[in-house]
Design a protein around this ligand. Structure first.
Ligand SMILES: [Zn+2]
Length: 78
């Protein structure tokens, strides 16, 4: 099972982990106990999990204004 961390703002690949089923179950239990995490985790058809988080750059630039942040893919600067 592969876990891939992707930045929810800029789409950058933050990191990836390969876990055994036992390790995944341990993490999965933790994930399910935290409501906020449910909508940032999506499983692909392959069974891989994608965890949407923030890369260091985005976390530093606007840590508390996610709702105001433009949809990712916006050209932004010229
Ligand atoms: Zn980012």
């Amino acid at each position: 099972m592969k876990l891939t961390y992707i930045c929810d703002r800029c789409g950058a690949l933050i990191g990836a982990l390969s876990l055994t089923e036992e390790e995944l179950q341990q993490i999965g239990l933790d994930i399910l106990t935290v409501d906020l995490h449910e909508d940032i985790i999506r499983s692909a058809e392959t069974g891989d999990l994608f965890i949407y988080s923030l890369c260091d750059h985005c976390a530093e630039s606007a840590p508390l204004h996610e709702a105001e942040w433009p949809y990712r893919g916006n050209p932004g600067v010229h």
